[in-house]
Design a binder for this molecule. Structure first.
Ligand SMILES: C[S@@+](CC[C@H](N)C(=O)[O-])C[C@H]1O[C@@H](n2cnc3c(N)ncnc32)[C@H](O)[C@@H]1O
Length: 265
């Protein structure tokens, strides 16, 4: 059972739940690309485009065929493992980009280097999101556009409630259960301190999860176990898993999603 918690690929496990049970007509990464491409003024031809915390590169996978031909992409992430996954995604998508490791809190680029920057679902990972926002403002040219997707306070509320008992277990650190330091509700103020124009576009809907095991896989991806797991901890996890499955069976389990995209200039 413990092996199921040791997956190296937590992000993919989480994306899988959204892809399997989300509305196929609404894709976050396609939606935010629509918002960028239909903006007035649009990004200039030959735009220099940055993504920080690019993860596995899903933004580019789902939009590969409509990336304007002249765009020069610089994609970064703090994690070497993510950069490896990103390289694979870009190859499959047939896109060319410069890839480099970078902490969003200390970007290795001169001032005013980019016309467009993406920081999706990552500013809340920074100890102080306002430092990342200041860095993004610094590397954007005047009038450049920042696109920062994040979650609302009610995002995955039912899943977070199911994960909450884990916080009481000795040595277990559940992620994704606490309030975020950069979300749809508080992110606007952080952005407004650096950008003259800030808009929030919200999209709220729900997943209807019909496979209890898929729900459990998502929940396990939130759990960081200590190196050595005691028999007591293993038993407590087994009890928690049984409770989750009892809650989710026969299903479906409704899981609210609350997401939004900030556009800032
Ligand atoms: C939830 S994932 C989002 C990935 C991608 N932006 C997306 O929307 O699919 C968060 C990403 O931020 C990266 N990350 C976390 N802290 C970071 C930091 N300080 N600087 C750069 N990347 C960071 C993680 O490695 C991870 O790839």
């Amino acid at each position: 059972m413990l092996d199921a918690y040791r997956t190296p690929d937590r992000l993919r496990a989480r994306i899988a739940l959204h892809e399997r049970f989300g509305d196929p007509h609404h894709d976050l990464h396609r939606w935010l690309f629509d918002l960028v491409l239909t903006r007035t003024p649009p990004p200039p031809p030959g735009a220099a485009v940055l993504e920080v915390g690019a993860g596995t590169g899903r933004l580019w996978r789902v939009n590969a065929e409509r990336v304007p031909p002249g765009w020069r992409l610089t994609l970064t992430d703090r994690s070497a493992g993510m950069l490896t996954a990103l390289r694979g995604t870009l190859e499959e998508a047939g896109l060319t980009a410069e890839l480099l490791p970078a902490d969003a809190a200390a970007l290795p680029f001169p001032d005013a280097s980019f016309d467009l920057a993406f920081a999706n679902h990552m500013l809340y990972h920074l100890p102080d999101p306002s430092v990342g926002v200041a860095e993004l403002r610094r590397v954007l040219r005047p009038g450049g556009l920042l696109v920062a997707a994040t979650n609302g306070a009610n995002h995955m509320r039912q899943v977070r409630e199911l994960a909450r008992p884990l916080g009481a277990l000795e040595g277990v650190e559940p992620t994704g259960v606490a309030d975020l330091p950069f979300d749809c509700e508080n992110g606007g103020a952080t952005l407004a301190a650096r950008f003259a124009e800030v808009e929030l576009h919200r999209h709220d809907d729900a997943l209807e999860v019909t496979d209890p095991q898929a729900l459990l896989a998502y929940l396990r991806s939130l759990v960081h176990l200590p190196e050595a797991v005691t028999p007591e901890l293993e038993a407590a996890l087994a009890r928690w898993e049984a409770e989750v499955l009892a809650h989710a069976t026969p299903g479906p389990t409704r899981v609210e999603r609350a997401t939004g995209v900030f556009l800032a200039r």
